[in-house]
Design a protein around this ligand. Structure first.
Ligand SMILES: [Zn+2]
Length: 483
């Protein structure tokens, strides 16, 4: 079969699923490839640093990139058991729209033997990266993603693999809080929520966090058959760390981790170079701020270095104790799920119209009412549905889910609890960037991540997604593991 023909066939698989099924998913058409055998692995890195002047988008107000503090990278790991190849590409970006990932996916299919649906691409969610979809930057990003995969494929060699998890609860905090003062819970649509995102630290109105945390650092470690580290892919449910200079481009703690773990594993002179990848878990409602304590006076980048060092040291410890295997079962599943997009009701639309018609010096009910009003208006005018890509990988008795949202931690915890596999983790902002994904219970509480525009899909989307992911896991689990 020619590459071109396979590409067209595969592209159809990603798209056609939606059209044929009332629920948006047709299980019969889902491609499942599970196999097992002697492992080969390769890893590589490509530069995706944006040009200066592109807009840094992590904060509320985009700001032109003025300094490259540290370079941004696409980091790739490829696993191959002789029949199935899986690729991971982790990009230092705040979020990458689906059309950019898909453009890279098509080029990967043309230039390599990797099946496009077997490539998991994700953004780390560093807040000090620039907008992905600009005329200048988009080609840099696509080229980097494709290059990292081509180089990783060229580096494939006999390998062994192992995984484990280790807890570090001290750097993750639920950022949604019950606060006693209703004025602090106002929303931009004229109402009062039950909870507030990022309340003032150490404030007398703080009651308790509105949700849990996930303390686990998951670790997937790959070595050459003679024990040289090839790559480590870790996963932690932490939004990002931050505290960089305004206008700095930086990979945040994800980039420092990659450097630090290379040092700790003593791989600085390895050839091919060792690759550390830190993926973002389910951190839609999790950040690095201890709200019970007053703000401390850290230097810029101090906390980034501290958290990266702590996580890297845990990962090193995990790597030292992992049992490695040269034979492993690899598998992949993917689906498209069609979700309804949320729309403002008539009352909210009237309220927004009034807000947007106000003069600039009029008093406001909520500081960002205009911004969120405009976002809700765009939702109203936009399409009624969106098809989102869901993906699940199996590596032995480890399962990895890939979801295209900023996923609430409860969802990752539920998948870890209900998975049929011994170990499981989720990579967020994968294969697209579709806004926040709260649970229905968190929607009831309100707060920033549930507002129209920050959350764009139906309120029970997480229930449908968990159902689909668990079904994909169960399909993958049916294949017996290799001996
Ligand atoms: Zn964010």
């Amino acid at each position: 079969m020619t590459t071109r023909f396979r590409l067209i066939q595969v592209a159809c698989v990603w798209v056609v699923l939606i059209a044929h099924s009332p629920s948006g998913v047709n299980a019969n058409e889902v491609v499942a490839r599970t196999s097992g055998g002697d492992l080969r692995a390769g890893a590589a890195v490509a530069d995706i640093t944006p040009p200066l002047g592109e807009l840094v988008v992590g904060g509320f107000e985009p700001f032109p990139a003025a300094v490259i503090h540290d370079k941004l990278h696409a980091r790739c790991l490829v696993l191959d058991d002789g029949r199935t190849q899986l690729g991971f590409v982790i990009c230092d970006s705040v979020g990458i729209p689906r059309e950019i990932f898909d453009e890279a996916r098509e080029e990967i299919a043309e230039q390599t033997t990797l099946l496009p649906q077997n490539v998991l691409m994700a953004a780390t969610h560093t807040h000090s990266a620039t907008r992905a979809n600009t005329e200048k930057y988009r080609p840099v990003l696509v080229r980097g993603i494709v290059e990292s995969v081509r180089l990783a494929m060229a580096n494939l060699e006999p390998a062994k693999i192992g995984w484990s998890g280790i807890d570090e609860p001290s750097q993750v905090f639920n950022r949604r809080w019950y606060v006693s003062d209703p004025d602090l819970r106002r929303n931009p649509y004229g109402g009062v929520d039950q909870v507030r995102m990022n309340p003032v630290r150490n404030h007398p109105s703080l009651v308790k966090p509105a949700g849990p945390i996930d303390p686990e650092i998951s670790v997937l470690s790959v070595q050459s058959s003679d024990g040289r580290p090839i790559a480590v892919l870790a996963n932690y449910s932490l939004h990002y760390v931050g505290n960089v200079n305004k206008g700095d481009v930086s990979a945040d703690y994800f980039g420092v981790f990659a450097e630090r773990i290379a040092e700790l594993l003593d791989t600085k002179s390895a050839n091919p170079p060792f690759v550390g990848l830190l993926t973002n878990g389910t951190s839609g409602d999790i950040n690095n701020v201890n709200f019970r304590e007053p703000r401390s006076s850290e230097e810029r980048y101090e906390k980034i270095n501290l958290v990266a060092d702590l996580v890297a040291n845990h990962v090193k410890e995990a790597c030292d104790n992992i049992e490695y295997n040269e034979r492993v079962t690899l598998g992949s599943q993917h689906r498209e799920l069609t979700l309804k997009r949320r729309k403002p009701d008539a009352t909210t639309r009237n309220y927004i119209a009034e807000v947007l018609a106000k003069s600039d010096d009029s008093p406001t009910y909520h500081a960002q009412e205009r911004y969120h009003g405009a976002a809700a208006q765009r939702q109203f005018e936009g399409p009624d549905e969106v098809a989102v890509p869901l993906q699940a990988f199996r590596i032995g008795n480890l399962a990895i889910a890939a979801l295209p949202f900023e996923v609430f931690v409860e969802i990752g915890l539920e998948l870890k609890e209900k998975t049929p596999f011994a170990d499981t983790f989720t990579i967020e902002l994968a294969n697209s960037s579709e806004g926040y994904l709260p649970t229905p219970a968190q929607h009831e509480l309100g707060g920033y991540e549930t507002w129209l525009g920050t959350n764009r899909v139906q309120k029970d989307a997480s229930v449908l997604i968990v159902e689909q992911v668990l079904d994909m896991f169960n399909q993958l689990a049916k294949e017996p593991a290799v001996k």
